[in-house]
Design a protein around this ligand. Structure first.
Ligand code: G3P
Length: 217
């Protein structure tokens, strides 16, 4: 399972990269705004800064919502850095744009996916990644993990190459449940990755080992 971090915060990206288990970064316009990164040129520079920190895919989102606009923006984003994956919203022109990019060998991440039908369309169009937002489904009392399971079944039935990128992951249990279902990738906050290493028995066991070692020294 690939681990992506879902943030535009460079310190957190550096920390996740230093752990040695990071496979990529996802961002969106809201995450950029949260870090105070606004204006086209600043946002483009920030994508390059992220690419220079991580070894892996970095999703960069188009703002246009029409086919021509998405193609123009996506081609410019793809030229920024070889690690860039163009993030395209799940709308009608978005599907056309994903097909266009797929035919040109430009990698895409289809975002804002909330149903298995949407995920099927994204795969048919040739998306590299599909991003079902599980946390936002949970927020409205709909089972986000069930969506991951449905997409897994559909993609396996037809051997689609599109990778399931579980997005809007909020905590460690989301990560584990997605891993059990067979999600290819998860993207979440740093806490959802670092949280995996915590266990009180590890802490108490280590404390005891060190205390016992020190008895003889
Ligand atoms: O990866 C999608 C993500 O950025 C949305 O997360 O927590 O705002 O639902 P969230």
């Amino acid at each position: 399972m690939k681990f992506f971090i879902d943030t535009a915060n460079l310190d957190q990206i550096r920390e996740a990269q230093a752990l040695g288990v990071l496979d990529g970064v996802t961002t969106n316009p809201s995450l950029m705004a949260k870090e105070g990164i606004t204006g086209k040129q600043n946002i483009l520079k920030h994508y390059v800064a992220i690419c220079n920190i991580v070894d892996g895919d970095v999703s960069a989102e188009v703002i246009a919502t029409d086919f021509d606009g998405m193609v123009k923006e996506g081609e410019a984003l793809a030229k920024l850095h070889p690690q860039i994956v163009v993030k395209i919203p799940m709308i009608q022109d978005g599907i056309k744009a994903i097909k266009y990019f797929s035919d040109k060998g430009i990698r895409t991440n289809c975002t804002l996916v909330f149903s298995s039908g949407q995920a099927l369309l994204a795969a048919k169009a040739g998306a590299t990644y599909v991003s079902p937002f599980i946390g936002r489904l949970d927020d409205i009392s709909t089972d986000g993990l069930n969506l991951i399971a449905e997409i897994r079944t559909i993609y396996d039935n037809y051997a689609f190459d599109t990778q399931i990128l579980a997005a809007s992951v909020r905590h460690t249990m989301h990560v584990l449940d997605c891993a059990k279902i067979g999600s290819d990738v998860m993207t979440g906050p740093l806490s959802s990755i670092v949280g995996l290493l915590k266990h009180p028995l590890t802490d108490s066991g280590l404390k005891q080992f060190l205390a016992d070692y020190n008895k003889g020294n």
